[in-house]
Design a protein around this ligand. Structure first.
Ligand code: HEC
Length: 357
């Protein structure tokens, strides 16, 4: 039978079954169902085997990204941000939404290696790190549009409601609070129906410290905060404990500081489970970052320093209005997203917004 004939036979069957079953989700006509995804076996960090479509995708809401344990460029930030997102989404992960990080390096990433990797980043249950045979991984990543080689893979998470066939891609080098909002918008587009939304007019105003703040939210907040330790050290007081030169060099290229055997960098590395990646910031960005650290890492910012920041560059902050407020300053469960581009609402207040730290 020709391929076309086979396809039409399948479609006929699908329509017919949906007619009698009252519309099984997969039969509603999404092109990204059982006949699209390979149903290959993948193994998680606990050594359990799952069929990619039947067990991991079918009828589920999922978040999928690609990583590998030895990756020291985009992956540390991606995985740190996924971990923050998992915390923010709380118990919904593993019950309502499933997270999968699929390795691009199955030759090295055994389940045991992935288990260590997951533990390094504080991954909780509900988030599977998956490996398998090279050809099976390749089949999966091809269908998910991840076709570049592992060094240049996309730093994005694919978010899908598989039953409805709605798939979107969200950048992972982004503010974890923004990622959560986008995940909610993608998976629950009807969440606001029948609800009374708050007006922008009542949005809390928050201070804007200049372009470094926007950068911090997307590139650093997955691992750092002021006033508490996350994967990386608490940055409160960091400008007092380190010299400006040391900070500039470390932020620009922590890997080179370690290679040069800088004693502070080696000491820091020894005491942390993950290493700070080289985020490839430009000189200008490092300068903006330092200005932000200076303003934030002292308990009460000096008025002069703040003034300088406010006038330094308002455009960077304005450009990404969605990111232009500091998530690290307050408890996210009370966080009002109403300044958000996409969100005239407080996700923490509707059914699926149980933000947890
Ligand atoms: C993937 C996690 C991660 C990301 C992303 C990250 N860091 Fe780090 N950072 C760490 C870890 C872990 C350490 C300590 C261990 C080490 O040396 O790598 C560290 C150390 C530091 C230190 C030294 C702290 C001290 O006490 O001396 C500074 C400063 C710093 N990071 C700033 C930043 C800035 C600014 C960004 C964003 C541009 C950033 N980090 C992004 C994980 C990260």
């Amino acid at each position: 039978m020709s391929k076309r004939l086979a396809t039409s036979a399948f479609l006929f069957l699908a329509v017919w079954i949906s007619g009698i079953s009252g519309g099984a989700a997969w039969a509603k006509g999404t092109p990204w169902g059982a006949n699209y995804f390979p149903n290959v076996p993948l193994v998680d960090q606990d050594g359990k085997t799952y069929l990619f479509y039947d067990d991991l995708l079918k009828d589920k809401k999922v978040m999928i990204d690609f990583v590998f344990a030895l990756c020291d460029q985009g992956c540390p930030l991606d995985t740190a941000n996924m971990a923050r997102v998992q915390k923010l989404l709380g118990p919904r992960i593993g019950k309502d939404i499933y997270m999968y990080s699929i390795t691009l390096d199955p030759e090295n990433d055994t389940p045991q290696k992935l288990k260590e990797y997951a533990e390094q980043y504080g991954a909780r249950p509900g988030w599977k790190f998956l490996t398998g045979k090279r050809e099976d991984i390749d089949a999966v990543r091809d269908k998910l549009g991840q076709r570049s080689d592992k060094e240049t893979h996309a730093n994005a998470v694919q978010v899908a409601d598989v039953a409805s066939g709605r798939w979107i891609r969200i950048p992972l080098a982004a503010d974890p609070g923004y990622i959560v909002t986008e995940v909610n918008n993608a998976l629950y587009p009807e969440w606001s129906v029948g609800k009374k939304l708050k007006s922008y007019a009542n949005a809390k105003t928050s201070e804007i410290f200049g372009p470094g703040q926007v950068m911090f939210a997307s590139r650093c907040a997955g691992c750092h905060a002021f006033g508490k330790e996350l994967l990386g050290p608490d940055l409160m007081g960091v400008t007092a404990r380190r010299s400006p030169d040391w900070l500039a060099n470390f932020i620009a290229a922590p890997n080179e500081m370690r290679a040069r055997k800088d004693p502070i960098a080696l000491e820091l590395a020894k005491n942390h489970k993950v290493l700070m990646p080289n985020l490839k910031l430009t000189k200008k960005e490092v300068g903006e970052m330092l200005a932000y650290l200076q303003a934030k890492s002292v308990p009460v910012p000096a008025p002069a320093a703040k003034q300088a920041l406010m006038t330094a560059d308002a455009t960077g902050a304005a450009q990404s209005g969605a990111l232009a407020h500091d998530h690290s300053q307050h408890d996210r469960s009370q966080h009002d997203h109403s300044q958000h581009e996409h969100a005239q609402h407080d996700h923490a207040q509707h059914d699926h917004g149980s933000a947890q730290e």
